[in-house]
Write a protein that binds this ligand. Structure first.
Ligand SMILES: Nc1nc2c(ncn2[C@@H]2O[C@H](COP(=O)(O)OP(=O)(O)OP(=O)(O)O)[C@@H](O)[C@H]2O)c(=O)[nH]1
Ligand SMILES: [Mg+2]
Ligand SMILES: [Zn+2]
Length: 371
């Protein structure tokens, strides 16, 4: 991609050039000690091989990440972070980054299943799902669990609506996804006909959004549609979605012309849960609601008398697939949690919970015009 295609920050009428990237009073206050040291504030637009590009009020700075690449992978600087960069030097170093308000984390597929941060300080986690291939509801649930856990608001965007043969089929597909995603908006879009992109543009015009999904889902095509320019490279010819070809290889933060910030990410083959019990609970909120009515509060929903979950299965309100998926994700999560150092996890979580609560309050205040 070429950064010259980024909308110029000088076009903004906002008081601070960084406002177009999401800078606000709370960030400014947190940055004060770094400003006193003469460090520049900027948002990380891309990290790769020991270096990162940071968008500052003076433009893009290429900086070395040696100081912000600790052993703990969850503390490694990432796209979306607010960085403190040296004003001069060769190389220039990122000296620190501000505590994150939200972070999208998955566990790597490696043996050690470490957490890996995919994007920081995100308000909307957009899960892109192609309608050109068979829906994988389990995978959507998995993405949603991580999205809820991140502290961002999830959104499912069903892409390539133009490839669905008729309206009735489209309706059924949307219904299936909606039943899988309580409390989550489900949008259908087509980058070919333009359908739905205006609705999406309105959502991403506020705050920071990250595009997530498997390779070939159409994330970069959507990013370009929202940017109104061919900034991100897209897969040249559509073969079969999600089959091995990864077009986007780094996570890129882009300022949208109508306001808002978008992070395009490389396709994920799989997303392992990483300490996402609350997120799983939110994805399956209706099951947790049924469970609240079970006769025994420690009901395992196997064969207990007065089990409201089994009653919902019997009446058809709840599907076997969904209950199985819930159980599977809970089990997987427990395995990950058991593997990870408990003390470290609780420390990191406390940090984030605090920050994301603050972040949400700030964001809500900003939206309602109080800041
Ligand atoms: N018919 C149709 N094709 C689309 C649409 N959106 C994307 N495509 C095609 O789908 C293919 C994949 O699109 P990309 O945007 O590169 O997918 P991606 O999710 O960014 O993929 P990775 O970068 O590998 O993760 C391309 O050939 C696009 O032209 C759409 O709305 N309709
Ligand atoms: Mg892409
Ligand atoms: Zn029960």
């Amino acid at each position: 991609m070429s950064f010259s295609a980024l909308p110029s920050l000088t076009h903004t009428s906002l008081p601070h050039a960084l406002a177009a990237l999401g800078w606000d009073d709370a960030w400014e206050a947190e940055f004060a000690p770094y400003a006193e040291q003469g460090l520049l504030a900027g948002r990380v637009v891309r990290v790769d091989r020991g270096q990162c590009d940071v968008m500052t009020a003076d433009g893009i700075v290429r900086a070395d990440t040696a100081f912000v690449t600790p052993h703990d992978p969850l503390r490694v600087i990432c796209t979306g972070d607010w960085a403190a960069v040296e004003a001069t030097g060769n190389p220039r170093y990122v000296k620190a980054y501000l505590p994150r308000r939200t972070a999208f984390v998955r566990s790597t597929s490696s043996q050690r299943s470490e957490g890996q941060i995919l994007a920081a300080n995100v308000d909307h986690a957009i899960i892109a799902v192609s309608l050109a291939v068979e829906l994988d509801l389990g995978r959507i649930e998995r993405f949603l669990a991580l999205a809820w856990e991140s502290g961002a608001q999830p959104l499912v965007v069903l892409t390539k609506a133009d490839l669905v043969p008729d309206v009735a089929t489209l309706g059924h597909l949307v219904q299936d996804v909606e039943a899988t995603a309580p409390g989550v908006q489900v949008l259908t879009v087509s980058s070919v006909t333009g359908e739905g992109t205006d609705v999406l543009a309105a959502i991403v015009g506020d705050g920071t959004s990250v595009l997530l999904g498997v390779s070939g889902a159409g994330k970069s095509t959507l990013a370009n549609a929202l940017l109104g320019a061919e900034v991100m490279e897209v897969q040249a010819a559509r073969e079969v979605d999600g089959k091995g070809r990864h077009t986007t290889t780094t996570r890129n933060l882009l300022a949208l012309p109508g306001g808002g910030v978008l992070i395009d990410t490389p396709g994920l083959r799989g997303v392992g849960l990483w300490d996402a019990e609350a997120g799983v609970g939110q994805v399956f909120s209706e099951i947790e609601e049924y469970a609240a009515n079970c006769r025994f509060h420690d009901c395992a929903h196997e064969a207990e008398p007065g089990c409201a979950v089994l009653a919902a299965l019997d009446s058809g309100e709840l599907t076997d697939r969904r209950l199985e998926s819930y159980r599977k994700l809970l089990r997987e999560n427990q395995r990950i949690v058991a593997k990870t150092d408990a003390r470290l996890r609780s420390e990191i979580r406390r940090d984030w919970r605090l920050k994301s609560a603050e972040g949400r309050a700030n964001y809500a205040a900003k939206r309602s015009g109080r800041v």
